[in-house]
Design a protein around this ligand. Structure first.
Ligand code: T46
Length: 176
């Protein structure tokens, strides 16, 4: 299943490594990384399946929602968030997530409930279901607020530019 790219792929497009490290080719660090979630597999013949735990995430969870009912190849997202942090988990099926900056696109595949994708603010994202009836659970740092969305790609590029300038102005402490 190939998910269509919402924008022309930036030249530096790359696929996230399995350990989730996502330093871009420009050296920029993104708040987008895969995290292995502790999983307890059944140890006895009478127990079923496994339990995966999302515990003490790096932000306080204010909202949990799940995306379901998408057909294979169908896409959502096409926006960025100004401040929202999220952890995405494909609790069933599989998704491709693209996180886009002004210079790069990083692709993640979520195909196990044992792993989550931590997505910070300031990243344009698209999500694409890779299988029919996949379910994506999202834990978010804030309640729903439309004002936190950037839904226009040019406005997103302006936002990234401002962010970059702000970071430069604070003395290069944070080079992300
Ligand atoms: C994201 C990707 C991964 C609400 O009223 N409350 C909610 O909590 C949510 C999440 C959505 N909505 C409404 C707002 C829109 O009218 O539902 C409609 C679709 O929401 P959104 O544009 O956020 O849907 P997606 O699937 O494009 O994006 C979602 C997340 O919202 C978003 O933060 O990063 O999944």
């Amino acid at each position: 299943m190939i998910c269509p790219s919402p924008h022309a792929d930036p030249a530096a497009s790359r696929i996230a490594t399995d350990d989730g490290s996502v330093a871009g080719s420009s050296g920029e660090q993104y708040e987008a990384r895969l995290i292995d979630l502790p999983t307890i597999d059944s140890q006895t013949p009478d127990a079923i399946g496994a339990i995966t735990v999302l515990e003490a995430p790096p932000f306080e969870i204010k909202r949990i929602y799940w995306i379901h009912g998408a057909g294979a190849g169908e896409m959502r997202g096409h926006h960025a968030h100004r401040t929202l942090c999220q952890i995405l988990v494909a609790v069933s099926g599989a998704f491709e997530i693209k996180a886009v900056t002004d210079t790069e696109e990083i692709r993640f595949t979520l195909d196990t409930p044992r792993r989550g994708l931590l997505l910070g603010p300031g990243l344009w994202r698209t999500i694409c279901a890779l299988k029919e009836n996949s379910v994506l659970m999202v834990a978010a740092s804030a309640t729903f607020n439309e004002a936190d969305y950037i839904r226009d790609f040019d406005a997103f590029l302006d936002f990234r530019k401002d962010l970059r300038e702000m970071r430069r102005n604070i003395g290069g402490i944070d080079q992300r």
